[in-house]
Design a protein around this ligand. Structure first.
Ligand code: DP6
Length: 328
């Protein structure tokens, strides 16, 4: 059978997905809105081969084993079922996401796998169908099918839960400046973290209500290029998400003292007239929603209070690209 290769870019949520209404099908409790990033992506090639006795998966040229391998086999099983195939696959994936940056790679990874595996299996999915398929690997991957600003409508079933483009060509100045905080705390992955929070935080229901209520405001902010509105909604949403973690039982926390220093610095910079807002995911790094024109002022302010931290800038990026063959 033919080999196909896909490139999918990672995305960062401005309104977050943090909990599931259905864990098997990965139907979220909230509609989420994200920005796809240009600089960070995953390239994945898939070939179904009758000679293989099991799936073979290589990540950055090294064979994958254990839980990560099992997750990919489970995903390939979904593709095989849809395509009515029983053949095993050879999967080769390269991550162009700096590991230290702690930027979500499961989003780009499962989007690229969904794109290449579905085509290699002979499925010709529409973008919405591809988003639904990617969702079943990792929820945030549903959004990485599309470029620019993207909304994953939570829906209430496999058929109705998928992402769509809000604004593909982002022709205004917005970037995410990731502040890399090395002081990594004990790692709790997103899947485990959101499940524990949903099950135990007394604030969880409020988080769901507030996030869904913020969707139309965030859509308007994006449509109107209203940076202040977009940034303040995103920062508030991230802080509320992290508040559900610190109020879980037992509580947990992704943010370190250094994360809080950066969040505070964003507030101080805003008082000085520099528009910068913070968002944080399942780790200590802080992504500063900012304008390229302010990069220097922000990095200088960071260097003054946290001399050892590094920053990585990322601008809006495109949707998935799928080609026949082993290379893009
Ligand atoms: C904090 O998509 O990694 O980045 O669906 O269980 O694989 P699973 O979770 P995942 O969760 C991402 C959580 C987040 C917020 C977001 O991207 O919306």
């Amino acid at each position: 059978m033919r080999e196909y290769t896909a490139r999918a870019h990672t995305n960062i949520a401005l309104l977050k997905y943090w909990g599931k209404a259905d864990t098997d099908f990965i139907i979220p409790t909230t509609t989420s809105i994200s920005l796809t990033l240009d600089e960070f992506y995953t390239d994945t090639s898939v070939k179904f081969d009758d000679d293989l006795v099991q799936d073979q998966v290589f990540l950055n040229d090294a064979p994958l084993a254990g839980k990560s391998y099992d997750k990919i086999v489970r995903f390939l099983d979904i593709v095989r079922q849809e395509a009515q195939l029983s053949t095993h696959a050879l999967v080769k994936s390269t991550n162009h996401v700096p590991t230290a940056a702690g930027l979500a790679s499961s989003a780009s990874a499962f989007a690229a796998l969904a794109g290449s595996a579905s085509k290699a299996a002979g499925l010709n999915l529409t973008p919405s169908e591809l988003s639904r398929l990617a969702r079943r690997g990792s929820g945030s991957a549903s959004r990485s099918i599309f470029g620019g600003f993207v909304e994953w409508q939570r829906g209430d079933s496999d058929e109705s839960s998928y992402a769509k483009v809000l604004q593909a060509d982002v022709d205004w100045d917005i970037q995410l400046l990731t502040v890399i905080i090395n002081d990594q705390p004990k790692k709790i992955d997103s899947r485990g973290g959101m499940q524990h929070t949903q099950a135990t935080s007394p604030f969880y229901a409020q988080w769901v209500e507030n996030t869904n209520a913020a969707v139309s405001d965030m859509e308007a902010a994006i449509a109107q290029h209203d940076f202040e509105k977009l940034g303040s909604l995103a920062e508030s949403n991230a802080l509320q998400m992290h508040a559900t973690n610190t109020t879980a039982n037992p509580p947990f926390n992704y943010l370190t003292d250094q994360s809080w220093t950066v969040i505070q610095l964003a507030a101080t910079l805003r008082q000085k007239g520099i528009e910068v807002y913070a968002t944080m995911d399942a780790g200590p790094n802080v992504k500063l929603i900012s304008k390229q024109q302010d990069t220097q002022a922000i990095t200088e302010a960071l260097a003054a209070s946290l001399p050892n931290v590094q920053t990585v800038a990322a601008t809006p990026g495109p949707g998935i690209q799928i080609v026949k063959g082993a290379k893009l």
